[in-house]
Ligand binder design. Structure first.
Ligand code: SF4
Length: 341
């Protein structure tokens, strides 16, 4: 089987359909209110939704190094630790003046604002009328070859045998932050109060069965997502939708495969309408430049988009399409439970 690490029984995985993301941040809040409200973790977003093209969160993470130098997974690539400003700060607004002091100024950040995690949402890319942007939700990828694990000199980070979830052992961690430097996705965070590292835990208590009768739940980000864009399951469950999307149809792709960590979060790449002339006529050019999508998802993105388009056309003409049925599932978080198979 592809992408299940040695010594791991089954690998949890998630597929996110970027065509459904509306950037509402419900997943971000579901995660934050569950896991990162305590002292020292206020700035952390184990789940974030960033706007692309854009700097992302933390700012410039795609150019911050980390990962592996080759697919051999023997030479780690050194990386950088983002500074506090790269994570952005909460802005203070002039609410008080407007609400209580009769100011007729527009609502604005009090001390000016130059950057924040979703700053790029207001900028987009391209020239009107062909401007574009899309949303990219991100969690830890629970990689098959996690460079964060390799980076830790105390073996505080580890990959669980039963499901491949990557965790930080809080008793072993000494807060050296090699893991922050080593993760090319910058999905490990340093807690400034506990002085230890923290990260997405794939909501393992929920998938292990925390309900009163031991019911299992999908990770909170998947369960709470209004458009239900996240599929959760085991990658190696050949009857499951994740296996079909990743391995059979090859339409779900990892983000930045060149980092060589082999992520287990996969994305259905975004479609975009064709470009228009100033007169409103369609021209046969994608609004989201294909080269940009290749930079994010690798060269396989062309074939993935072609496959989806082909299946979409078939379904429109009345033919059965298993792929379209999976992609159009209305409630995947409800349907797919992480039961050991
Ligand atoms: Fe480690 Fe980063 Fe991969 Fe998560 S995304 S397993 S933190 S290397």
């Amino acid at each position: 089987l592809i992408n299940v690490a040695d010594g791991v029984d089954h690998q949890v995985a998630m597929v996110m359909d970027l065509n459904k993301c509306i950037g509402c941040q419900t997943c971000t809040i579901a995660c934050k209110s569950l896991w990162t409200e305590d002292g020292g973790s206020e700035y952390m977003y184990w789940n974030n939704v960033e706007t692309k093209p854009g700097e992302g969160y933390p700012r410039g993470w795609e150019e911050s190094g980390g990962g592996w130098q080759s697919g051999e997974h023997t030479d780690r690539q050194t990386g950088e630790i983002p500074d506090r400003e790269d994570y952005g700060r909460a802005w203070e607004f002039n609410h008080e003046e407007i609400m209580y002091e009769g100011s007729d100024e527009p609502l604005r950040p009090r001390d000016g604002a130059e950057w924040g995690p979703n700053w790029d949402e207001d900028e987009g890319a391209g020239e009107y009328p062909n401007s574009y942007y899309f949303y990219l939700p991100r969690i830890c990828n629970h990689c098959t070859h996690p460079s964060c694990v390799e980076a830790c000199p105390r073996s505080a980070l580890y990959k669980r045998e039963e499901d491949g979830i990557v965790l930080v052992d809080q008793d072993r961690c000494r807060g050296y932050r090699y893991c922050v430097e080593g993760c090319p996705y910058k999905k490990v965070y340093y807690n400034t109060v506990s002085k230890k590292s923290e990260k997405c835990i794939f909501c393992y208590p929920r998938i292990e069965g925390e309900g009163p009768d031991g019911e299992t739940f999908a990770p909170a980000c998947a369960e709470e997502c209004p458009p239900q864009l996240r599929l959760v399951g085991f990658l190696d469950d050949e009857d499951g939708p994740i296996y079909k999307l990743v391995e059979e149809y090859e339409v779900a792709l990892p983000l930045h495969p060149e980092f060589q960590t082999q992520p287990n979060v996969y994305y259905i790449p975004p479609f975009a309408p064709p470009q228009h002339t100033d007169e409103g006529e369609s021209v046969d050019v994608d609004r989201i430049p294909r080269q940009y999508l290749r930079e994010l998802f690798g060269d396989r993105v062309d074939e993935a988009l072609d496959t989806i388009e082909r299946e979409r056309q078939r379904a429109r003409q009345g033919a059965d399409s298993e792929l379209m049925e999976i992609l159009q599932d209305k409630n995947p978080a409800e349907q797919y439970r992480l039961e050991v198979f």
